[in-house]
Design a protein around this ligand. Structure first.
Ligand code: GDP
Ligand code: IMO
Ligand code: MG
Length: 432
């Protein structure tokens, strides 16, 4: 029994993809359990960059099986583009390497149209979604109008469900949003080829595959998408995504019991970023924030939007440790902080003159807090080429130690660059 969850401990883009690719060298299975193509997970191997949106980040390891399970919303056309790009680059040569659940929710072109129309209608109040149809697809699932990936293989069921689902949607698109509608026949003909192309990856029951694997002692890595603060229930609502991004969602999304999870690895950057709207207490709207953005190349892997940047927020991180049950931490992008006179760490918030050390779960309060920042001496050295921890400059280790002590959770991995090899291990976390 060896289930490990990798979960984003901030607002997404923490470096989950890199870490999962590194861990996957020792994993039998890598499992996506929630979210969709709103995720952009970047892997850099021998200088070659691969950005994955739906295919799990274990795919560059030919011996590792990757599963897209029931909790995921699958852009069925988008995932084929991703599969084809991987194949063209010499990966995914054996279709058995990727299994896509029949029970996953299909994202179709009308979900994206809805996403865009709703954002446009919200105007100044918009969430700043990735435009990938995520919210509308999860809404369909909850309202029992979703097309499941398995429906694509049964034309009669597909037609019936599309007719039922599109009736209400077309009405809203035409009369409320005043944008073009969709025809069942057009979608049916588009999906005919999609079903044929997806068939080699079809899996009727990914839960059964994973449970068998866990029972026979295989190593299963659950790859979270987005981050804790974007969780639909525990994030900065309404500025969140539409799925549960927490570690617990690995169980419901993949169909396993919580007793199978042994470790929860929380991934966080040495600073904080956020894409889209919503509260961000440590945001730096100045030259320092700009420097972090440029040095960290903080531009979205999915949409190319610039990411807002700020100092590390320990209040939010402590909250992430609590709501996910994080057992170990991975500190990413430490190299990006080189070249600052001093580095800031948020240790508390002030709200109405009162000092808070716990995150106020209400977004409107979080919007009004003032961060309490402590400063530590910075470092000038380029640390991205180091190969051992003991070569880290003193100021850098002080920064790591300070964070570790404050969080009371071991930091077991330190990442100093996007490449697989730019990883310093404090303690082997996911090995043979
Ligand atoms: P994810 O969504 O959590 O997988 O993260 P993204 O891939 O969206 O964003 C992380 C970005 O940082 C990617 O461009 C990675 O290649 C890059 N990256 C990951 N770890 C490091 C690191 O330690 N240092 C630097 N400089 N870049 C990193
Ligand atoms: P990874 O897995 C960062 C954000 C969007 C927006 C909000 C809702 O790469 O870390 P959605 O399209 O999900 O309805 O958008 O969530 N968001 C992400 N931010 N990383 C992601 O994924 C994200 N996925 C969604 O920017 O604010
Ligand atoms: Mg990302």
């Amino acid at each position: 029994m060896s289930g490990t969850v990798v979960v984003g401990a901030q607002w997404g883009d923490e470096g989950k993809g890199k870490l999962v690719d590194v861990f996957a060298a020792n994993a039998d299975f890598v499992v996506r359990y929630q979210g969709g193509a709103n995720a952009g997970h970047t892997l850099v191997v021998n200088g070659i960059k691969t950005v994955l949106h739906l295919v799990p980040s274990g795919i560059l390891h030919p011996e590792t099986t990757c599963l897209v399970t029931s909790g995921v919303v699958v852009d069925v056309i988008g995932i084929l583009n991703e599969i084809n790009a991987l194949k063209a680059n010499g990966h995914l040569q054996n279709p058995k390497q990727l299994l896509i659940s029949d029970l996953a929710t299909a994202i179709l072109p009308y979900h994206k149209a809805f996403d865009a129309a709703r954002e446009a209608a919200l105007s100044d109040e918009k969430i700043g979604t990735t435009g990938r149809g995520i919210g509308p697809a999860y809404e369909d699932r909850a309202s029992r109008l979703a097309i499941l990936v398995g429906d694509l293989y049964d034309r009669d069921t597909l037609k019936k469900k599309l007719e039922m689902g599109l009736r209400e949607k077309n009405f809203l698109l035409e009369h409320y949003y005043k944008v073009p509608t969709f025809k069942v026949d057009d979608i049916m003909s588009q999906l005919e080829q999609v079903a044929k192309d997806l068939a080699p990856y079809r899996c009727r029951d990914t839960s059964s595959v994973i449970n068998k694997a866990l029972k026979t002692g295989k190593r299963v890595l659950f790859e979270g998408a987005q981050g804790t603060m974007l969780d639909i229930l525990h994030g900065t609502y309404p500025y969140v995504t539409s799925s549960s991004t927490l570690a617990g969602s690995a169980c419901t999304g993949a169909g396993i019991g919580p007793t199978h999870i042994q470790k929860v690895i929380g991934v966080f950057k040495a600073y904080t970023t956020r894409v889209g709207s919503g509260p961000f207490p440590t945001e730096l709207a100045d030259e320092v924030g700009k420097k972090i953005q440029m040095d960290g190349n903080e531009f979205g892997s999915t949409t190319g939007r610039s990411r807002r940047c700020g100092w590390l927020d320990l209040v939010a991180l402590k909250y992430a440790i609590r709501v996910n049950g994080i057992t170990n931490l991975a500190l990413m992008k430490l190299d990006v902080l080189s070249g600052h006179e001093r580095v800031g760490i948020c240790t508390g918030y002030k709200l109405n003159g009162e000092m808070l050390t716990d995150l106020p779960p209400n977004s409107y309060e979080l919007e009004r807090v003032e961060p309490v920042i402590e400063y530590l001496p910075g470092w000038k050295e380029d640390i991205s080429k180091l190969t051992t921890l003991k070569d880290l400059p003193r100021a850098t280790t002080n920064y790591i130690d300070y964070i570790g002590t404050q969080l009371g959770t071991p930091i077991d991995v330190i990442s100093i660059g996007p490449g697989r090899d730019q990883t310093l291990w404090v303690k082997p976390l996911f090995t043979n």
